[in-house]
Design a protein around this ligand. Structure first.
Ligand code: ZN
Ligand code: ZN
Length: 361
């Protein structure tokens, strides 16, 4: 079957013939892959910045944002049946008995770093025709979300962040927070803005993005405010959007993030989700930030990878978003490419918001 694979040692990316997987345990299901989303992580893998093939392979099949249809199930599978649409989680547990997180099924909090990730680290991914997986890693999607469910995985970033936020803010006896700022208007930022709106926040999206009108339209449609960094300084933004209870960072650029940290409000939480490239040191007023964090009971929180229940929250919220703002959700998907043309959206930033490889229809 066809698969998109990266050969790190040879520095090659190409479409290959990859053996079709078969069910080997009674709790596995076989899926026909429908859609695979392309993100910055994939572009970094195909430019050989990371990505590790499984043991015994010189290549890694890429792709971790997927939507598939179940075509066959093992005799002990009870959660899904052939014909069901599913999204698969990404991270798999490390092997160490001492890792309480992985042993509890919470590999998103793995202590050892020896977890694996489908399409990223030592496990083949989903940009291929068929995949076999244990049913415990499958999240069922209603048929009505067929066209947009490839957005579930990037939405899980917001879902895990919001869950952690609610745990942290249980420290406040009145319980709720109101004003959120989202940094960045890429797919992670826009999906984060939608999740925050659904959770009842007033949302300002602050972005350096150039294709502003398209993103501005999506942001307005969901009842959030768009502020372009080109025309509004961080100070101006904070004055209008504040006092800021939550910052959801989705730019992966530390300089803008640390500019905004200085404007986090009392009892605020700053959530980092981006992984910046190393660009060398920048100047930050650390005394000011440290003083502010202490005097305002602030929390700076990092969040990575999502457990299965956050995939379920993402499926639920994507359904809510499709009821409230169907055009805005659909507008997040810019283009679909057949698998034979998958290298196009992978090799350079194809523009738009989310590009998708439509493996099957
Ligand atoms: Zn991704
Ligand atoms: Zn672990």
């Amino acid at each position: 079957m066809l698969a998109v694979a990266v050969f790190p040692a040879k520095r090659e990316v190409r479409i290959i013939d990859h053996p079709e997987p078969v069910i080997v345990s009674p709790t596995q299901a076989k899926m026909r892959v429908l859609d695979v989303g392309v993100c910055g992580t994939d572009r970094e893998i195909v430019s050989f910045q990371y990505g590790t093939p499984p043991d015994g392979f010189e290549y890694l099949v890429i792709g971790h944002e997927s939507l598939s249809e179940v075509v066959e199930i093992g005799p002990q599978v009870s959660k899904v049946k052939p014909g069901d649409l599913v999204v698969m989680t990404v991270r798999r547990p490390c092997p160490h008995a001492s890792c309480v997180a992985c042993r509890k099924g919470r590999q998103d909090y793995c202590f050892t770093g020896d977890y694996t990730e489908r399409g990223i680290k030592q496990q083949h991914g989903y940009m291929t025709e068929f995949v076999v997986e244990e049913e415990c890693y499958l999240s069922v999607v209603p048929p009505g979300l067929r066209d947009v469910a490839v957005l579930v995985e990037p939405l899980t970033i917001a879902e895990k962040s919001l869950e952690q936020l609610s745990f942290v803010q249980q420290r406040l006896p009145w319980g709720d927070t109101h004003r959120a700022v989202v940094l960045g208007a890429g797919p992670v930022g826009l999906l984060g803005a939608m999740a925050l709106r659904i959770a009842g926040f007033e949302v300002t999206v602050y972005s350096r993005s150039h294709s502003q009108s398209e993103k501005n339209e999506i942001v307005s449609a969901i009842g959030a405010h768009y502020m372009a960094a080109e025309t509004n300084s961080v100070e101006q933004m904070a004055k209008i959007a504040g006092p800021i209870d939550v910052v959801y960072e989705a730019v992966g650029a530390s300089s803008v993030a640390f500019d905004v940290i200085e404007h986090l409000g009392p009892n605020g939480v700053f959530i980092f989700t981006g992984v910046p490239g190393r660009k060398g040191p920048i100047e930050v007023d650390t005394d000011y930030i440290m003083k502010d964090v202490v005097l305002n009971n602030q929390v700076i929180l990092g969040s990575v990878n999502a457990p299965l229940h956050c995939f379920e929250y993402a499926v639920r919220d994507l359904g809510v978003a499709m009821e409230r703002w169907p055009a805005a959700v659909r507008a997040l998907i810019t283009a679909r490419y057949p698998i034979g043309q998958a290298l196009q959206p992978l090799s350079s930033d194809a523009g738009g918001i989310k590009n998708v490889v439509a493996v099957a229809s």
